[in-house]
Design a protein. Structure first.
Length: 257
């Protein structure tokens, strides 16, 4: 009897398998939109918004007064921090995105610790000054500091997995996948922010969950609900020589429906 039941079960399973077709697990919609990749690994693809192409700062304003165009120094296709004018941020606001940005510490940089080529890419700026979510920029080729404040860190939160820093004077790159936090109608956090960061092509933040906007003093927390936000570049107040940026572009990440 048991043998008959087993044979019947095997026959049933076999019949079920034969009744299925490979087409049953194939879908044809939605069709991903076509995107032409950049001419090189760091070049903007066809659907990118170019935030700095070496020509002007038309996409940027002063953080301290968003009615004024940013006045950092543009020369030879390079953007150099103007520490006197303060932080700058994009005119446009973004939600979830892919960001590419290149930066360079001066070859003759001086100072030590946090006072050596300090700047930052705020993945979402939520106020004046240094309010927001900061991806640290700093010379850490041979410069020690606290590990959750070195280049590639989510400042005071996420220690980079490795340190792929290049020497001062050489161009470096960040490629970021940013997932913005979501708040409900009452302003309560529904889902936190996440960041994946490649530093010079090396993974240093692997879908890192942020505990809130970055803070210099105190613990981070999601105290202020917000939506899409500008991206901000920091003019740090240290005494070292200013750093430079180039080739900045962004792609909004939109999930297929």
């Amino acid at each position: 009897m048991k043998k008959l039941v087993l044979l019947a079960l095997v026959f049933f399973i076999a019949q079920q398998g034969f009744s299925q077709k490979h087409e049953d697990t194939e879908v044809y919609t939605p069709v991903p939109p076509k995107v032409t990749p950049g001419k090189d690994c760091g070049g903007p693809p066809s659907d990118a918004v170019v935030l700095f192409d070496g020509k002007n700062l038309n996409q940027w304003v002063l953080t301290s007064d968003t009615t004024k165009t940013a006045d950092w120094i543009v020369k030879d296709n390079i953007l150099t921090v103007n520490k006197q004018s303060g932080n700058i941020q994009t005119k446009e606001r973004f939600n979830n995105y892919q960001l590419h940005i290149e930066w360079r510490i001066p070859a003759d940089i001086d100072g030590s610790g946090q006072a050596r080529g300090n700047s930052g890419v705020f993945l979402a700026s939520i106020g004046k000054g240094d309010a927001g979510y900061e991806l640290q920029v700093l010379d850490n080729y041979e410069n020690k500091t606290y590990t959750n404040g070195q280049a590639g860190s989510i400042y005071k939160q996420g220690i980079p997995l490795v340190n792929p820093s290049r020497k001062p004077g050489e161009w470096q790159s960040y490629d970021v996948i940013w997932t913005a936090p979501v708040f409900d109608a009452s302003g309560k956090l529904s889902t936190p922010a996440y960041a994946t960061v490649f530093f010079n092509g090396v993974l240093v933040q692997d879908h890192f969950e942020l505990k809130g906007p970055t803070k210099y003093i105190g613990q981070p927390s999601y105290d202020t609900a917000h939506g899409p936000s500008p991206i901000k570049l920091q003019a740090h107040g240290d005494k070292s020589k200013p750093i430079s940026y180039r080739n900045i572009w962004i792609r909004e990440v939109v999930q297929p429906k």
